[in-house]
Design a protein around this ligand. Structure first.
Ligand SMILES: Cc1cc2nc3c(=O)[nH]c(=O)nc-3n(C[C@H](O)[C@H](O)[C@H](O)COP(=O)(O)OP(=O)(O)OC[C@H]3O[C@@H](n4cnc5c(N)ncnc54)[C@H](O)[C@@H]3O)c2cc1C
Length: 472
């Protein structure tokens, strides 16, 4: 008699839960036993949506976030729970929705949670040995969905007293900090820290350091954009021997901007003066919104286009154009921008650009823009690592060591177009997939919930098609 086949989903965050949902709800799903691995506190939440301060808000309007094929699923869940509908609810609330979603999936008798971190995946016979600190189990297929890597440590301060390397959960890590508080970085993590410290911890003075002084843009007015020139079809027409020159893509993108009367100078609007930049976006919500919604619409085309760039074009793109796209891709809610402006005006937020270095002698001396500023506490808000070889987690270290995975040029590990892992030792691995921060090499600009939820469908369909000859 055939034994029941087994699948491991490693990571119980957005990608893991979404993959599990697709696996269970495809017709062949009932024939497999499926385990989903994560720690007890993160299972069904993922890092960004864990229980934490209510001042950490989702940065995509709630109707753009769902784990089902119904875009309104989260909205309906909120209505059922009697939540007040706001455009940007707390991230922890979305985490509760994901947990409920997972709990429904766990009612299937062939699905089990395993509350442990995976430390290694090894190849054995025709399958995979998944190890944790205490046990190992054999699987026929593995889906890696472990999320972003550890935080960057640009000033080598990890482990120093009163240096907060990873500020989440902020309601624990940023509770009752004493003395002068500095924050390194001006991205969405810095905004989380600032809002929490001022609203919940009563901070009256915060020192914010960065290299460029540029904050994320402010979400502008929503608008419908239909792409005419910057389309996957038009990019594919330029394909020659598997590649499209970057300049051809830029030309198509510029044509698209011009079609919607969007001035390219909007990409240069950031001056590094936070007050001025946020005020500009709030005052030009129409124009800025048009640009942001065009980028959202163009997101899948950019992801596909990125596959067709040569290595050197990718490098140019990442250095020159990606920061401009990124600034406008994950904007902050306008309410957060208004607060930040008023805190700068009241002298509560002191912003320092051109950060160069930090000296540590029990306290921190930050050199920025020719000034030296001393703080007692320093919070790292510089974002995650993107090179797998720099990450300290046992899973990635072990898989790299054993040549199961290989680091990719522009982040994550090497995977093929269907997100199957390409191993330097074993080649393209059937029944071994990666999604999320690890597949960023082919998933340029694809970290948001809805995109991951779409991609999980593609992975699972590919898996069932190969395994079962099954195609819905
Ligand atoms: C601060 C922040 C805010 C964000 N806000 C939004 C937003 O509002 N809207 C939006 O669309 N996107 C947002 N994003 C983007 C976000 O990255 C994705 O939406 C999503 O959380 C990524 O899903 P994931 O499953 O890949 O990673 P995660 O959701 O982080 O899940 C990965 C899971 O894997 C687990 N794990 C890690 N290693 C192991 C291991 N070895 N064994 C077992 N389990 C492991 C982790 O504990 C974690 O639970 C935000 C990102 C960040 C960092």
């Amino acid at each position: 008699m055939d034994r029941t086949k087994r699948i491991a989903v490693v990571g119980g965050g957005i990608s893991g839960v979404s993959i599990l949902n697709r696996l269970v709800n495809h017709t062949p799903g009932r024939r497999y036993k499926i385990d989903i691995y994560d720690s007890r506190e993160s299972m069904g939440h993922g890092q960004p949506f864990r229980e934490d301060s209510e001042h950490l808000l989702i940065n995509v309007p709630f109707d753009g976030m769902s784990l089902s094929d119904d875009d309104e699923d989260f909205k309906k869940w909120m209505t059922e729970k009697g939540c007040r509908p706001v455009q940007h609810p707390p991230r922890a609330l979305f985490g509760e929705y994901v947990e409920d979603f997972l709990n429904d999936l766990l009612k299937h008798e062939n699905v089990q949670p395993v509350y442990a971190y995976v430390t290694n995946v090894l190849i054995e016979k025709d399958g995979y040995l998944v190890q944790t600190e205490t046990e190992e189990r054999y699987y026929d297929a593995v889906f890696l969905a472990v999320g972003q890597m550890d935080y960057n440590d640009p000033y080598q301060l990890k482990g120093k007293k009163r240096y907060i390397h990873n500020p989440y959960p902020v309601n624990e890590k940023l509770h009752q900090l004493k003395g002068k508080i500095g924050i390194v970085g001006t991205g969405l993590t810095a905004i989380d820290c600032i809002r929490h410290l001022i609203h919940e911890e009563g901070a009256s003075e915060l020192y914010v350091f960065s290299r460029s002084g540029e904050l994320p843009s402010v979400r502008g007015m929503e608008c419908q954009i239909q792409l005419k020139y910057f389309t996957a079809e038009n990019i594919k027409k330029e394909l020659h021997r598997g590649l499209v020159p970057l300049q051809h893509m830029i030309d198509l993108f510029k044509k698209e901007l011009s079609e919607h009367q969007i001035n390219t100078s909007l990409f240069d609007r950031q001056t590094g003066d936070a007050h001025q930049d946020l005020s500009f976006d709030l005052e030009h919500a129409d124009e800025v919104g048009k640009l942001q919604y065009l980028i959202i619409e163009a997101n899948p085309v950019m992801t596909e286009g990125f596959h067709y760039l040569s290595r050197s074009d990718k490098k140019v793109f990442m250095e020159k154009y990606h920061p401009l796209i990124d600034e406008n891709h994950s904007p902050m809610p306008d309410s957060s921008a208004e607060e930040i402006i008023s805190w700068i005006e009241d002298g509560m937020l002191k912003m320092f650009n051109d950060m160069e270095d930090v000296d540590y002698d029990g306290g921190f001396t930050v050199s920025a823009g020719g000034q030296k500023v001393e703080t007692d506490v320093l919070i790292n808000a510089t974002g995650p690592l993107w090179k797998v070889e720099e990450d300290d987690s046992p899973l990635l270290k072990n898989m790299l060591e054993n040549y199961i995975v290989e680091s990719a040029d522009f982040g994550g590990i090497i995977v093929d177009q269907t997100r199957r892992v390409i191993s330097p030792r074993y080649g393209t691995m059937n029944r071994f997939y990666a999604l999320g921060a690890l597949s960023v090499n082919v998933d340029y600009l694809s970290a948001s919930v809805n995109i991951l939820n779409d991609y999980s469908k593609m992975l699972v369909e590919d898996f069932y098609k190969r395994e079962e000859g099954f195609d819905e």
